[in-house]
Design a protein around this ligand. Structure first.
Ligand code: URA
Length: 437
């Protein structure tokens, strides 16, 4: 017998059933138990069924601020913790809870980096109707998402902006728990969402973080009250961990910008970096850049000037080149298009984000399973936004796909999702609230 067999199985400090019962009965789980639960789950000692039961108890009964902090900390402790302390410049990151047409990271990271700040934007791929930043950038010929830690540091030092794939070493407990929540109806618990997002951001080692917490039909949180609660929870978590954190609550009822897809969203981002682009994309990019630069010690930075005079564009080109991409290469174009036009004159009163996100996904711009490829040229170009006047026959939007068989299901998705009426809709501000510690 080996010595391990002689000693028998390791003695565990706690019992998962006791932890589950405590949360099921509305109690507070003490710090040692909670840390053990996360560690034992990551090691495979606590079973999926037990962790799913615990996650459901959290969804139903919530968690206090201290419990959420401990949970987040335990997930951070499950993996690698990076540090940018030797970079010699401040680091500031941004996280969006995801939306339709949300390409803001693309112009934002190089814009903020053009002020001498490092922006380590460790991103993911899209699943479902919200697109992934990496999928969008992979439309650019040659561009690669996977960087080693050495490459990441070198690019932060030399270029300032990096958008790359988050390594699997950050918060592995979250990776396992998120996959479990996805199939057990427990994604929507605010303590679990907040600890999931913030464990990865804090482990990444950024000095400061700006959160774009979205609400509305195309967002994870449908109503502003839940979005506010999520934002407050995440701002508190960041602050408690020494990461200067603020959040903006932003409206995601209408797609952001005019492009929904991948290659077309890259093109729209380049338009913004060239000093043009849709007003809502410029507004949100500028608002988030101001927040990020304020946290990095530059509250008076003239962000619009950097978009106008080409500094942000220079930073974008350097960022794309550093990751093997050709910023001048033609982006992929779809083989087939279908345009929908107005059948009556009036004013566009509504373009509902979620159905348009689903339609772009059905055209091939998104993936249903993690292993599926995306079609970079697929997506939707809007030609109008709510409030625009239209005449009969005026194009409203164009569907793009490589396979025309995809148009029918995409058109089904947007059936009834836009309106042309007589009165302009009331103006709804994009940035609704600012949440600070
Ligand atoms: N994004 C995450 O990373 N985690 C969640 O729980 C939800 C969204």
């Amino acid at each position: 017998m080996t010595s391990a067999q002689e000693q028998g199985p390791a003695v565990e400090a706690f019992d998962a059933v006791d932890v589950i019962r405590a949360k099921r009965d509305g109690g507070v789980v003490a710090e040692p138990e909670l840390r053990w639960m996360v560690d034992a789950y990551t090691r495979g000692y606590v079973a999926d069924a037990q962790m799913a039961s615990f996650a459901m108890a959290v969804l139903l009964n919530g968690m206090g601020r201290d419990e959420i902090r401990v949970l987040t900390d335990a997930m951070i402790a499950s993996g690698e913790r990076m540090s940018f302390a030797d970079l010699g410049k401040p680091t500031v990151d941004k996280h969006s809870t995801g939306g339709v047409g949300d390409k803001i990271t693309l112009p934002l990271a190089p814009l903020v980096a053009s002020f001498g700040v490092a922006v380590p934007q460790l991103s993911g791929r899209g699943l479902g109707h919200t697109g992934g930043t990496l999928d969008k950038l992979e439309s650019i010929p040659g561009w690669r998402a996977a960087l080693s830690n050495d490459e990441l540091f070198a690019q932060l030092r030399d270029v300032g902006a990096v958008i790359c794939a988050a390594g699997s070493g950050l918060a592995p407990a979250d990776k396992k728990l998120y996959a479990l929540r996805d199939v057990t109806g427990t994604v929507e618990a605010i303590p679990l969402i907040a600890s999931s997002i913030m464990s990865k951001k804090i482990a990444e080692g950024t000095d400061a973080l700006v959160l774009d917490v979205k609400f509305g039909s195309g967002a994870f949180m449908r109503d502003i009250d839940h979005a506010r609660e999520l934002a407050r929870t995440m701002v508190a978590l960041g602050t408690d961990s020494g990461v200067a954190t603020t959040a903006l609550l932003t409206d995601m009822n209408t797609p952001l910008g005019l492009a929904i897809g991948n290659a077309n969203e890259v093109q729209e981002s380049v338009d913004v970096l060239a000093g043009g682009g849709p007003a809502d994309i410029i507004e949100l990019t500028v608002a988030l850049a101001r927040e990020m630069l304020a946290l990095a010690g530059q509250p008076d930075a003239d962000v619009e000037a950097a978009l106008r005079d080409g500094r942000a564009m220079d930073s974008w080109r350097a960022m794309i080149r550093a990751q093997g991409g050709d910023p001048d290469a033609a982006l992929p174009a779809a083989r087939e298009t279908q345009t929908v036009s107005a059948t009556r004159a009036g004013v566009v009163t509504r373009i509902d984000a979620l159905p348009f996100g689903i339609a772009a996904w059905r055209l091939g711009a998104g993936r249903a399973r993690a292993q599926d490829p995306v079609v970079h040229a697929a997506g939707i170009d809007l030609h109008v936004k709510p409030g625009d006047a239209v005449v009969v026959g005026q194009p409203l939007f164009t569907l793009r796909a490589d396979d025309p068989a995809r148009f029918e299901r995409a058109l089904d998705a947007v059936e009834g999702a836009w309106d042309v009426g007589t009165d302009a809709p009331p103006a709804a501000p994009l940035v609704r609230e600012r949440i600070t510690a």
